[in-house]
Design a protein around this ligand. Sequence first.
Ligand code: MRU
Length: 368
Amino acid sequence: MNVDGKHFRTVWVDKDEQPIVKIIDQTKLPFAFEIENLDSVESLVSAIKNMHVRGAGCIGVTAAYGMWLAANQSRGSYSQLESLASKILEARPTATNLSWAVKRQLDLVAKNKNENWITLTLNEANKISDEDARWCNEIGNHGKKILYDIAKNKNNTSPVNILTHCNAGWLAFADWGSATSPIYCAHREGLSVHVWVDETRPLNQGARLTSWELANEGVPHTIIPDNTGGHLMRSGMVDVVITGTDRTNSYGDVANKIGTYLKALAATDNGIPFYVALPSSTFDWDTAEGGGDIPIEQRDSDEVMNIEGLNSEGKISSIAVSLDSFNYANYAFDVTPSRLVSGLITERGICNASRDGIMGLFPEKINN
Ligand code: MRU
């Protein structure tokens, strides 16, 4: 997608400056656009932990390039490569894409130990990034049909109103995004759309990142406090909810940014379709039905106690929301049960959020 008219991927390498992984520092947006250089596994792990890069797909692509840094650092020792891989794996627990990408790289090296690991892992990371961008673009091509159908059935000229939560946009992937991709595809073709953007406390990925992306793409949108969606849905101001996911099991239970479950409940109560968009790299083929065994990251309570923004001197700064002496909890994700999900939008098409629906699109996983 474009930033001031220039195309960017969220993670990339510069051939002349190897071995360096380049990222867009998402903690500075929307106030400043800064590119950060990661030159070691340690700096890459810190960038993931501190959310300079975030979002399931983007974490996966970053981890894939992290394995290239690991190949550089391990100097031909497979046990050293494995130990650097486990550092990357521990960076954040919920998004499946991270372990998916690290495992893919480790398996590749294990099968080709006699080849040059640095070249192997760099090529594979580029492939994972390209795949992620292509899959997200396909999600858009399938998902835009939902928006066209809504527009056709609306008996007025108002735009299709989509509500989204957190940031499942291009910043959360290599390009395009998952939840935003249908919106970008339809909007580029001229369909009239408007997006309600949940601000998404505590870190405000909606207010800071999704709105910035939508503005760059010229998509009309409005930022709302997280607790507004229910009112908008009851008032007929939302036609469809589309979110992303950090991990979805093969039964269609969806782990996503905290607060997603409440939006799904409100959508169901109001008969509003609630779709979840994801590339196949976000499926967790192993966890049990119900999603009870999906690890839910708990982050530092400081993120809840404080809020970050631009101060009167134009600097990004943080102020306390309440008193230091109070108690805070910071669950970063929740699980929305499949019964509240109208459908999953994947690179292979749209399916029911059920084992049968998912296996219909991914039959090769039936005996997984
Ligand atoms: O904690 P984050 O910002 O990494 O959370 C991930 C998300 O942005 C959302 O949960 C998103 O909707 C799914 S990731 C594509």
